[in-house]
Design a protein around this ligand. Structure first.
Ligand code: RTP
Ligand code: MG
Length: 136
């Protein structure tokens, strides 16, 4: 069964010129890009997106980082798209992420780990509504 997931190429990924690399991996895997937008988030949108982390000690830094420059927001579609993209991304901590994954190949710091992918169908629905309110 096909599903959708919300993916972000975070500001570090855009700054470092990794948009093409990430999209190439997504397309090679067979996931379909069905919406895409380059934008800089305001703090309000960033806080809504990361609401689940509001009480965490790193929340302030997370919001500051995700609003620090343009990011690419995408909706991907495909069979088990949520799990499939999380596998491409690799572990949250890039040092633990396997080589061959996006984070394993491109990052060293947990706070700057290149991409985001929704972690459940509920998160995907909520996040897609934040980034593409009128599209789906
Ligand atoms: P994401 O939401 O960005 O796709 O990442 P994730 O599911 O793999 O990780 P999550 O637990 O949702 O954490 C969201 C982002 O917060 C930053 N983080 N920093 N300093 C820390 O200990 C810490 N822990 C998490 C990471 O950038 C992570 O992607
Ligand atoms: Mg997450």
């Amino acid at each position: 069964m096909s599903e959708r997931t919300l993916v972000l190429i975070k500001p570090d990924g855009v700054k470092r010129g990794l948009i093409g690399d990430v999209i190439a991996r997504v397309e090679r895997k067979g996931l379909k890009v069905v919406a895409m937008d380059l934008r800089t988030l305001d703090a309000e949108t960033a806080k809504a997106h990361y609401a689940e982390h509001a009480e965490k000690p790193f929340f302030g830094e997370l919001v500051e980082f995700i609003t620090s420059g343009p990011l690419v927001a995408m909706v991907l579609e495909g069979p088990r798209a949520i799990e499939s993209f999380r596998a491409l991304a690799g572990a949250t901590d890039p040092v633990k992420a396997a080589p061959g994954t996006i984070r394993g190949d491109h990052a060293l710091e947990i706070g700057e780990n290149v991409v985001h992918g929704s972690d459940s169908p509920e998160s995907a629905a909520r996040e897609i509504k934040i980034f593409f309110p009128d599209r789906f």
